[in-house]
Write a protein that binds this ligand. Structure first.
Ligand code: HEC
Length: 247
């Protein structure tokens, strides 16, 4: 093979020829410095020792916790009783009833149940509110449109229906609130009672009651307060007593 003879090749050629062909790369003699080894060993010993101590600590803590739990058990207050639960439930129900009343009824009947003179009848001491639960339930479901007399005054406005906007539970909560607030002391109303009443009037929920006369014919509530029939619808002594026991 004929060797090329230009300047550039010549220069490189001499550079290459100067390199030691025998050179082999090899690791230099460079031992790990002893302080490094000393630190690594110290850390290893420290780590092992710490693990051992931690294991011991967990065991001790476990015993301590167990002893504490046993001690707590002896001094812990008695379990929450069914009565406590009922009381808490009662508070909850009352608060929910009051809140629903504020939202759906108080704008017209007022927060204190007094109604508005000449326009909205009172719920406080109303014989319709205190009657057998079916009557006030039916009034809420269907509303009223027609003359109605409450506590000596006759009203002829419009009470809206709630059959579509309130469910059984909500109506029960509202009526329970109304029947136990201010001077009222009548039995609580249950969602089951509302469901039954809703069923009973299922065909004409969207027709408001035509006033006091229709309510008298269906529920036997006197259309005029002075009527002796009213006595039947007043809260009985037994109801008042039940209410006291329940509180
Ligand atoms: C838009 C105003 C309005 C709202 C809201 C309203 N009512 Fe009435 N309510 C009336 C009017 C007016 C009457 C009387 C109807 C009439 O004059 O024909 C009445 C009558 C009643 C009666 C029978 C009469 C009496 O005083 O006992 C009851 C019970 C009653 N409402 C309860 C409620 C309850 C409970 C609510 C809430 C769920 C409610 N109302 C919401 C206006 C209202």
């Amino acid at each position: 093979m004929k060797k090329r003879n230009n300047k550039l090749t010549k220069d490189f050629g001499s550079a290459v020829r100067n390199v030691d062909d025998k050179f082999e790369p090899s690791e230099l003699q460079n031992p790990v410095p002893w302080p490094f080894i000393a630190i690594a060993v110290a850390l290893a010993i420290f780590g092992g020792f710490t693990l051992y101590l931690d294991a011991q600590a967990t065991d001790d803590g476990g015993d301590e916790q167990l002893a504490k739990t046993v001690a707590d058990k002896d001094t812990a207050p008695a379990k929450v009783t069914a009565a406590d639960m009922d009381e808490a439930d009662g508070d909850m129900t009352a608060a929910q009833g009051a809140a629903l009343f504020a939202t759906h009824c108080a704008t017209c009947h007022q927060t204190n149940g007094s109604g508005v003179r000449g326009a909205i009848p009172p719920l406080d001491e109303s014989r319709y509110v205190l009657a057998e639960a079916t009557a006030p339930i039916a009034i809420l479901l269907r509303g009223i449109s027609g003359p109605i007399e409450v506590k000596g005054n006759t009203y002829n406005g419009r009470m809206p229906s709630f059959y579509a906007t309130l469910d059984d539970k909500e109506i029960a909560l509202i009526l329970t609130h109304v029947r136990s607030s201010w001077s009222n002391a009548a039995e609580a109303v249950t969602a089951e009672q509302v469901a039954r009443t809703r069923q009973a009037f299922a065909g004409n929920l969207n027709q408001p009651w035509q006033g006091g006369f229709e309510l008298q014919s269906v529920f036997g509530i006197a259309s005029v307060s002075s009527d002796p029939i009213q006595a039947q619808t007043e809260v009985t002594a037994q109801h008042a007593e039940d209410q006291e026991v329940a509180q």
